[in-house]
Design a protein around this ligand. Structure first.
Ligand code: NDP
Length: 458
């Protein structure tokens, strides 16, 4: 894949870039390693000053950055603003909390291990390789970078090939904020150099956010070289609506959960699992609200759904819907790409799904909702758990026993009750099954790339 910015709203190439040569990549690895030696000698207070400065810069440059995101990947402009501000919030969160999250943890009674003192001490690992996707070009990176740098690690970023402007912005952000030069460095390259970097002894760990195939490749390489890894992969989250749910609100939030980021979010509600008692009521509202969405130029403040980020992504979503239609599913609204320039796809709802249709098991990374009618909570949990993914889930109910049942039985990294899944700096984020392993955000997120050093003193 060429490294280029191609505006998905028009299909026009904005700028192309040459990949970094092997020599340039080597120079950047050296820089990241040198920066690590400098960074690990600093204290939390100093790093917090720099991290807060990075937050200030993001906020000062929000308008320009939002345009950059929308041109690169087609996100509606208001959502691009939201993404930038969320990055600033995350930077401040880790600036304020890193020291507390990584404070020594003493054993209450050290005599039990024959010591006068025994405790857990967190230390950074070194240079961490980050392989990142295009769907939230700043957020996905900053949610790794803020805790990593606050812990004293440095980062080497291999961003997705279609977001080089974001990649280059991130290359300078942390240095501009005061971190030692090289603390966060971008390599402009496709995926080819990744295996060699994972093998390199100077790279101590790897994190990847992206598709399941990319995760399998990178996790396999990390395993072969005994490097810690965090994998944030795809999802096909269930959004369960039970009879006691507030249907008006559930149907409104269902639309947002499905079309946010033009439907290209790993934690989007993708499969709507609706109890038969409220199925028709929910569907009438859901179809009406999805059909009423404003699709168009993502630079226009009034637009609710912009284009898919790439032509391939648009074609893949069209293929999933066509496959379901050909095999007998019902298209309740949408179901095609509109005429004209850009990689748009209509907000779509499909029901009447049967085993063997690709939409049943595959992730729909675009504004396409699959809806399933179920007649019990056991059946709802079976449908929710039938894919190989397990990222998050949402449950709509007014019944406490439903809540208890689904929290216990949903195979996913999170359950959001009467709301949609959103990532917050304060809450751990990550999946089970083929959605990956490890956690970002919260306290677990900063500990992933630390040495848990045990100290024992006689
Ligand atoms: P990809 O997995 O193709 O790309 C993500 C990153 O991985 C890019 O930097 C890409 O580089 C790189 N990459 C791809 N293949 C390899 C490989 N074999 N070895 C090393 N690096 C590789 O993702 P998509 O573009 O398809 O993005 C959408 C997918 O990502 C969806 O499935 C979505 O659910 C998932 N995702 C998951 C998230 C989560 O938090 N769990 C968040 C966002 C997306 P290049 O661009 O150069 O090919």
């Amino acid at each position: 894949m060429a490294i280029a910015v191609v505006n998905p709203a028009t299909g026009e190439t904005v700028e192309t870039f040459s990949e970094h040569s092997a020599e340039e990549i080597e120079a950047r690895v050296v820089k990241a390693e040198v920066a690590y030696q400098a960074l690990k000698a600093t204290d939390y207070a100093q790093r917090a000053v720099w991290m807060k400065k990075a937050a200030d810069i993001l906020e000062e440059e929000v308008d320009e950055l939002a345009k950059m995101l929308t041109i690169e990947m087609g996100k509606p402009i208001a959502q691009s603003v939201g993404e930038v501000l969320k990055c600033a919030k995350n930077a401040r969160f880790y600036a304020d909390n890193a020291e507390k999250f990584l404070a020594d943890e003493p054993l209450e009674d050290p005599s039990i291990v024959g010591a006068s003192k025994a405790y857990l001490h967190y230390q950074p690992l070194g240079v961490v390789l980050a392989v990142m996707p295009w769907n939230y070009p700043l957020w996905q990176v900053v949610r790794f970078a803020a805790p990593a740098l606050m812990a004293g690690n440095t980062g080497l970023l291999k961003h997705a090939s279609n977001v080089p402007h974001s990649a280059l912005y991130l290359d300078s952000l942390f240095t501009r904020a005061g971190f030692p030069d090289g603390s966060f460095t971008t390599i402009l390259a496709g995926s080819a150099p990744v295996a060699g970097l994972i093998e390199d002894r100077r790279i101590k760990a790897v994190t990847l956010t992206g598709s399941e195939p990319a995760g399998r490749a990178v996790a396999g390489q990390a395993g072969a070289h005994i490097k810690p890894a965090v994998m944030e992969l795809g999802g096909s989250d269930a959004f369960i609506v039970m009879p006691s749910a507030e249907i008006e609100q559930a149907s409104t939030v269902a639309v947002t959960a499905r079309i946010n980021n033009n439907g290209q979010s790993c934690i989007a509600g993708k499969r709507f699992v609706v109890h038969a008692d409220v199925y028709d009521e929910f569907m009438d509202k859901f179809v009406a609200k999805m059909s009423a969405l404003v699709v168009g130029d993502p630079m226009d403040e009034a637009t609710q759904v912009g284009p898919l980020a790439t032509e391939r992504g648009r074609d893949e979503i069209a293929e999933l819907v066509d496959d379901a239609r050909e095999k007998g599913a019902t298209i309740r609204t949408g179901g095609k790409a509109p005429e004209g320039a850009g990689w748009f796809y209509e907000p779509t709802i499909v029901d009447g799904l049967e085993p063997g249709m690709r939409l049943v098991m595959e992730e729909a990374f675009g504004p396409v909702a699959s809806v399933y009618k179920v007649s019990s909570r056991e059946e709802a949990a079976d449908v929710a758990n039938q894919t190989t993914f397990g990222l998050s889930s949402a449950l709509w109910t007014g019944d406490a026993s439903d809540e208890e049942y689904f929290i216990k039985n949903i195979e996913a990294g999170a359950v959001f009750v009467n709301g949609m899944t959103i990532s917050y700096p304060e809450l751990p984020f990550g999946g089970v099954k083929d959605s990956g392993f490890g956690r970002e955000l919260g306290a677990p997120g900063i500990r992933e790339f630390c040495n848990f050093k045990t100290i024992w003193k006689s």
